[in-house]
Ligand binder design. Structure first.
Ligand code: PLZ
Length: 450
């Protein structure tokens, strides 16, 4: 079965693959839910698209008023195989009727072990690997740091400018951006340091030069003797889909190897076929010591993992890692189905096809509009950075206005970037070509109108 045959959720309503607006966004039913949200849900939990979602599949999200929106965000890079993918739905239905929970730390079950085996097999490198499962990307990152500290018997951790690793206490400290992620939520854990990234559009440095700058700072301000781990997103997500210059990541990995420092690739956003390879690390020819995954892993069910060198993963005493729900059987069943789709249904090739469409359409836009300063990404993880053409300064106001106009016209787009001036494109890979083109037409008209 090809992913193109799986556009419609099994057993669910047939979802026409179309953009359809029958009310303004939000329509009255959506507005009713948003009013209830405002009085019942904590104000800190925001939303980007003002709708009440009732169904999703293929390339669309349908709201309670009957509007059908083109989805260029996949719920932040989660529904890569498509929302409610039939294989995921079937696996979940079967498992949920069998048992919903035993706690893997109490009574182990097969699907958790099978997910670990699959991750050990499909992550980069042919060394002996082990995995541990958790519930969210942030939890995976926290545990990768714990494991690296235990293994190296060192404490410091280096993260990078523009990095995003989560919203829990430790991962907030690793995350770069104060607003909205950190402001007022301190104090933050100690022994976290920040190094400069390679950001070719803004720093003009080669990969080697950017790596030298970062390594020099690490050596002078932290010291390899104190450093347990370097954590980096091979392609940054929330930070702006920043693709480092060639050579930057390999130089960091080499330095880590030479200095007994664990290199952690945070592939929570870039993993699982998104970039046109199973993991973004492969795009740069690097083999991380540890890799954190979540989001796309289970087709929308909450699951996350740390996978890496067996000797590092085994450093913790028994009982040091885990959690009540980590590797929940329903989420594991979903992950096994999603991984089957990633490996056997042409998803990686589809990511490249979608990426080619995204890049050709966005570079055409850039050629006619100097406010599109940069178009970058790999596979179906592509972004456009908007600037003031006179100064090159980030233009967050334009970016926000274009994104809001797209949503009002029935196209879900997400912004990102330290300066809030990047629109990222992360369509589900079950997106039909025509719908992707229509979505990009809407983006182009929104830009032209501002
Ligand atoms: N590491 C690289 O992208 C999650 C969250 C955005 P969780 N990014 C989207 C938001 O506003 O909360 C992410 C990521 C990278 C870690 C995480 C954290 O993953 O599953 O959200 O905990």
């Amino acid at each position: 079965m090809s992913i193109a045959d799986t556009l419609v959720p099994v057993g669910g309503p047939t979802l026409p693959q179309e953009r359809r607006l029958v009310t303004a966004i939000p329509g009255p039913r959506s507005q009713e839910l948003l009013d209830r949200k405002a009085s019942a849900v904590a104000a800190g939990v925001g939303h980007t698209v003002p709708i009440a979602a009732v169904a999703a599949g293929g390339g669309v999200v349908v709201d309670a008023d009957g509007n059908s929106l083109i989805d260029l965000g996949s719920g932040i890079a989660v529904t890569t195989v498509g929302n409610a993918h039939p294989k995921v739905v079937a696996a979940v239905q079967e498992q949920v009727a069998q048992f919903t929970h035993t706690c893997f730390m109490i009574s182990p079950y097969e699907s958790y072990v099978a997910v670990a085996e699959a991750l050990n097999r499909i992550t980069p490198g042919d060394h002996a690997k082990k995995s541990a499962l958790f519930n969210s990307g942030a939890e995976a990152v926290e545990n990768a740091v714990k494991i690296a500290r235990k293994y190296t018997k060192k404490q410091a951790v280096v993260a990078f400018d523009h990095g995003y690793h989560g919203r829990t206490s430790l991962t907030m400290a690793l995350t770069a951006k104060a607003m909205p992620y950190k402001s007022g939520f301190g104090p933050f854990p100690s022994e976290i340091y920040r190094a400069p990234l390679s950001y070719p559009f803004r720093d003009g440095l080669s990969g080697a030069e950017a790596a030298k700058r970062a390594i020099s700072l690490i050596e002078k301000q932290v010291g390899a003797d104190n450093l347990a781990a370097v954590i980096i997103e091979p392609i940054q997500g929330e930070g702006g889909f920043i693709v480092p210059a060639d050579g930057f990541l390999p130089a960091l990995v080499e330095w880590c190897r030479a200095n007994d420092v664990v290199f952690i690739a945070d592939e929570v956003q870039s993993g699982f076929a998104r970039t046109g390879s199973m993991f973004a690390s492969e795009q740069f020819g690097i083999v991380p010591d540890l890799i954190t995954t979540a989001k796309g892993i289970a087709g929308g069910l909450p699951l996350a993992a740390v996978t890496g060198r067996a000797e590092i993963m085994d450093a913790s005493h028994t009982g040091g890692l885990g959690g009540t729900y980590g590797g929940n059987p329903v989420a594991c069943a979903a992950a096994l189905a999603a991984i089957d789709v990633f490996e056997n249904d042409g998803v990686i090739e589809r990511a490249r096809e979608i990426g080619d469409i995204l890049v050709s359409r966005l570079t055409a836009l850039q050629a006619g509009d100097p406010r599109v300063g940069d178009v970058r990404g790999r596979g179906a993880m592509v972004a456009a950075e908007f600037v003031d053409p006179a100064t090159g300064e980030p233009d967050a106001a334009l970016t926000g206005a274009v994104a809001r106009a797209c949503i009002a016209a029935g196209v879900i787009v997400l912004t990102c970037g330290t300066y809030g001036n990047v629109i990222r494109f992360l369509p589900p890979l079950s997106m039909p070509d025509e719908l992707l083109h229509e979505g990009l037409d809407v983006v182009a008209s929104a830009l032209a109108a501002h």
